[in-house]
Write a new protein. Structure first.
Length: 196
């Protein structure tokens, strides 16, 4: 199915990274691309190599009309649940844009409450250039945060698994316990804390 763009001048694409991990923030990005400065090779961030993502990350920041990051911290995720925290982080990304979009396209099957019209698009990160750009900004940002967390907490393997519940992460969680950056409402972390 080919995606048909809505009739609007300024379209922002929004995507999130980090709903599944047990640690760290959920990071979102909103991007309005500049039609006068096309960016070749935009695709779903998960389908790109790390090197290609890093190169596109710099190009997007340089060429986009505007971009903004939003986030919800582990405490907010624990308070609200991951879905509501993701919606909040998406709202923050859109509200942070220096230029107000006429229309917002969101990756997924639901839209956060916004002041402008919006549409959710399943697999939008593969269909819509603006959402692809947002997915790249969000993923590179979150991956870098995981690399930093890895330095603070060596032994958990955060730089490797990016906080996802891999066998290594679950094993380290069981032996080392949870850090203050872990999401306490997620079952494996609850178990490690003796709460579940």
């Amino acid at each position: 199915m080919d995606f048909v763009y809505p009739q609007a001048n300024l379209i922002a694409g929004v995507d999130e990274v980090g709903r599944g991990p047990l640690v760290g923030a959920v990071v979102t990005a909103a991007v309005i691309l500049d039609p006068a400065k096309p960016i070749a090779g935009l695709a779903d961030s998960k389908k790109l190599t790390e090197k290609r993502r890093e190169a596109l990350y710099l190009e997007i920041k340089e060429k986009a009309l505007c971009w903004s990051l939003g986030r919800a911290e582990p405490e907010e995720i624990d308070q609200l649940n991951i879905l509501h925290a993701t919606m909040l982080a998406m709202q923050r990304a859109v509200e942070g844009l220096a230029v107000t979009p006429d229309y917002v396209l969101i990756d997924g099957n639901r839209c956060p409450a916004l002041t402008m019209p919006a549409q959710a698009i399943v697999k939008g990160d593969s269909l819509v250039a603006e959402i692809s750009a947002a997915s790249i900004l969000a993923k590179v940002t979150r991956d870098r945060e995981m690399a930093e967390l890895d330095k603070q907490f060596p032994g958990y393997g955060f730089a490797q698994h990016k906080g996802y519940p891999t066998a290594l992460h679950l094993e380290k969680l069981a032996s080392l316990g949870a850090t203050e950056h872990h999401r306490k409402s997620f079952a494996p972390v609850k178990r490690a804390l003796g709460l579940g």
